[in-house]
Design a binder for this molecule. Structure first.
Ligand code: SF4
Ligand code: SF4
Length: 128
């Protein structure tokens, strides 16, 4: 790695650590999300309503892909020590950076349904 690159990386890591220090509990460790099939018919939308009827679930759309988001803290998060398995944390955690993270609560999704009612309204509006 060139000196210039190293300097850039050090700067980024320092910045990351500074904003992460203010982020307690770490927002990125408080949920997980997985891609789901894009709904294509009434039945599919009805299934999404069933999903979001469950507590602590949300659905969002980003770049035409649909995702289920579950607000469930990682069991390895500790507010003092942070990640209890840091050196062997999963690759999704390793690749997460502060570049576009959740720190300012701006997830930047194209659509984001936090509740059953929001999704129900969207379905009704898009049917008309
Ligand atoms: S959400 Fe962003 S600022 Fe907060 S701990 Fe995760 S990477 Fe750091
Ligand atoms: S494994 Fe560590 S970095 Fe990953 S979500 Fe859990 S506490 Fe956060």
């Amino acid at each position: 790695m060139s000196g210039k690159k190293r300097k850039k990386r050090e700067k980024k890591e320092q910045f990351s650590s500074e904003i992460c220090d203010e982020c307690i509990p770490a927002k990125c460790c408080m949920y997980f999300s997985i891609e789901i099939d894009e709904p294509e018919n009434d039945g599919d939308y009805d299934d999404l309503l069933w999903i979001i009827a469950h507590r602590d679930t949300e659905i969002y759309v980003n770049e035409d892909r649909w995702y289920l988001l579950v607000r469930s803290p990682c069991r390895f998060y500790d507010p003092i020590k942070r990640c209890l398995i840091y050196t062997r944390r999963p690759r999704i955690c390793r690749s997460h950076t502060t570049d576009e993270c959740e720190f300012d609560d701006d997830y930047g999704f194209d659509l984001h349904f936090h509740t059953y009612e929001e999704l129900e309204r969207y379905i009704r509006t898009n049917k008309e």
